[in-house]
Write a protein that binds this ligand. Structure first.
Ligand SMILES: Cc1cc2nc3c(=O)[nH]c(=O)nc-3n(C[C@H](O)[C@H](O)[C@H](O)COP(=O)(O)OP(=O)(O)OC[C@H]3O[C@@H](n4cnc5c(N)ncnc54)[C@H](O)[C@@H]3O)c2cc1C
Length: 295
């Protein structure tokens, strides 16, 4: 049974080249009519995309009629530098920050806090609260963050981020809904009352997704491998399977009372748009404005 129209948000990464920027802009044009609650732009590992993230978010704010959120991490920057970036977002009209610890740019190096920086996401959330009255999202891990001392420590870390002023949590992607629903129960038992938004990753490339999932500590159930087996050279069938699986995942979550979804779009519109339409997120009346914007 499908419930009310869910609220959706879309995550993009900042483009590296003019061609990628065109692709992103086409994607934004294709997804904007779905009237997302917000769209967010990631911040590269090691803070490597500081300018590109800023440029992309600013362009979304100034040219698209969409609410934009900027991801911001603690990596390789002093508190003063991060506060300055946050202030410049506020001045550019950005009211929502996704506050993260981030990872080292060299994955083998491990994370070391900057001596004058915010050590963990919780510290960044507190710092942002002093900069301006942002809406703040933080990350949550249904399968536990890979570096966490324990599941209990990780849950407590989430609670501390909320107590420091975060207004919602967005999860790492997952494919087993029971994992999310058990986590949602533990989050509620911990007294966390802000929205817990599941991160949904429609799978466009099974092989690269499994590599990425291993890095993030997200498990890949056997049914996914079975569904994509033998489809490497049949992009149309692969796409249909991807849409069907992600739609089914969202529908099951809707039946369990979930009404908000955050989509990891990988800067591509087709899968996310098809899944949204399958779960009752129809295109509204924003097409003309976006056509104008695309010129
Ligand atoms: C929705 C979402 C969006 C993301 N966007 C980006 C992005 O744009 N750019 C990017 O680089 N990465 C991004 N990430 C990845 C994220 O940066 C990594 O997962 C990172 O390793 C942890 O970030 P965090 O904010 O969860 O960190 P934290 O909440 O600070 O936690 C990190 C780890 O440290 C542990 N910990 C916390 N406090 C302490 C302490 N005092 N002592 C010891 N251990 C502690 C936690 O249990 C956890 O294991 C995103 C992740 C998600 C889920």
């Amino acid at each position: 049974m499908t419930a009310h129209r869910p609220s959706v948000s879309f995550e993009f990464f900042p483009p590296k080249s003019p061609e990628m920027e065109d692709t992103l802009w086409d994607t934004i044009c294709a997804l904007a009519p779905l009237a997302p609650a917000f769209v967010s732009v990631t911040y590269g590992a090691g803070g490597s995309t500081r300018e590109r993230t800023h440029t992309t978010v600013s362009r979304i704010v100034s040219e698209a009629s969409l609410t934009a959120a900027a991801h911001l991490t603690c990596v390789d920057a002093t508190r003063a530098e991060i506060d300055t970036i946050a202030r410049s977002y506020w001045d550019a009209g950005v009211r929502h920050i996704v506050a993260l610890r981030g990872d080292a740019s060299d994955p083998d190096a491990g994370y070391t806090p900057h001596p004058d920086g915010y050590a963990y996401a919780v510290d960044l959330v507190s710092g942002l609260r002093d900069v301006a009255d942002f809406e703040i999202s933080v990350a949550a891990y249904p399968e536990v963050h890979p570096e966490a001392q324990s599941a209990a420590f990780d849950l407590d870390n989430l609670k501390r981020k909320i107590d420091a002023g975060a207004t919602q949590a967005i999860t790492q992607f997952f494919f087993d809904n029971d994992v999310f629903l058990r986590f949602r129960d533990r989050v509620a038992d911990a007294g966390i009352e802000v929205p817990l938004v599941p991160g949904i990753m429609p799978v466009s490339n099974f092989t690269s997704m499994t590599r990425f999932a291993a890095m993030c500590g997200a498990s890949v159930p056997a049914f996914l491998a079975d569904a994509f087996r033998g489809l490497d050279d049949t992009p149309y069938e692969r796409r249909q399977v991807a849409i069907e699986l992600a739609s089914r995942q969202c529908r099951e979550l809707q039946d369990a009372g979930v009404s908000q979804f955050h989509f990891y779009t990988l800067n591509r519109a087709a899968l996310t748009r098809a899944v949204c339409e399958n779960i009752g997120v129809a295109a509204g009346g924003a097409e003309p404005a976006m056509a104008e914007m695309a010129r």
